[in-house]
Design a protein around this ligand. Structure first.
Ligand SMILES: [Zn+2]
Length: 219
């Protein structure tokens, strides 16, 4: 048996399938590697992986693409009381969360954010307890399983999620002296800069006493 050849412990085996984060349940997975990406076109009613520019139908290739990643994981099966191997489908939004990490061996809880849309955003949280994952986690090639999923071997793997990193910048400290001054004589609706500044600083509306203190200070 193939598993034996790969040196797996003798015991029950599982057919490796593609795992999609469900709408209404949480999924706990231990990563055995990073996601491998592909770009898919929506064509004739379904998602089809791009075989690469030279192989792709030109009109289809010019159209929109969606990135999907596929990562080797072991998911926690309460029924089987076991970690079951599977290929996790990683969405663009989940990849943003997992990016720049060495995922091997990390345990995550994955879920879909609540909402009414047909497709809900996938999110994930690193588990506080990292000691529960089976070790060592043996990685495996996800590509044959993904090829089975799409019924084609013509898939150009290795695509990068086109969503750039979120830009993180330091928040600049402000003090009272820096509050933008109200311009006297301007109509009320244009005098909002100072109000906005206080709202931002206080994390809410200005309360009465602060407003009064401001008036007193301005005299
Ligand atoms: Zn294409």
């Amino acid at each position: 048996m193939r598993d034996r050849e790969q040196g797996a412990d003798s015991g029950p085996t599982a057919a490796v399938r593609v795992l999609v984060v469900p709408r209404a349940a949480k999924l706990v997975v231990a990563f055995a590697g990073s996601p491998v990406g592909l770009l898919a076109h929506w064509f004739k009613g379904r998602s089809r992986p791009c075989p690469g520019e030279t192989e792709c139908v030109t009109s289809v290739h010019r159209g929109a693409t969606t990135w999907y990643g596929y990562a080797p994981v072991y998911y926690a099966s309460a029924d089987a009381r076991a970690w079951v191997p599977a290929v996790l489908e990683v969405t663009e939004s989940l990849e943003e969360t997992l990016r720049h990490r060495n995922l091997l061996g990390e345990v995550w809880t994955l879920f879909r954010e609540p909402g009414r849309k047909r497709t809900l955003r996938v999110a994930g949280e690193l588990n506080a307890n990292q000691g529960c994952a089976p070790r060592p986690l043996r990685s495996f090639d996800v590509r044959p399983t993904v090829q089975r999923l799409y019924h084609t071997s013509q898939i150009q793997f290795g695509a990068k999620n086109p969503t750039p990193d979120t830009l993180h910048l330091p928040v600049l400290r402000a003090d009272d002296a820096a509050a933008p001054a109200d311009e006297p004589g301007l109509p009320d609706q244009q005098k909002s800069a100072r109000e906005t500044w206080f709202r931002m600083r206080n994390g809410g509306e200005r309360n009465g006493s602060q407003a009064k203190a401001e008036k007193g200070g301005a005299k």
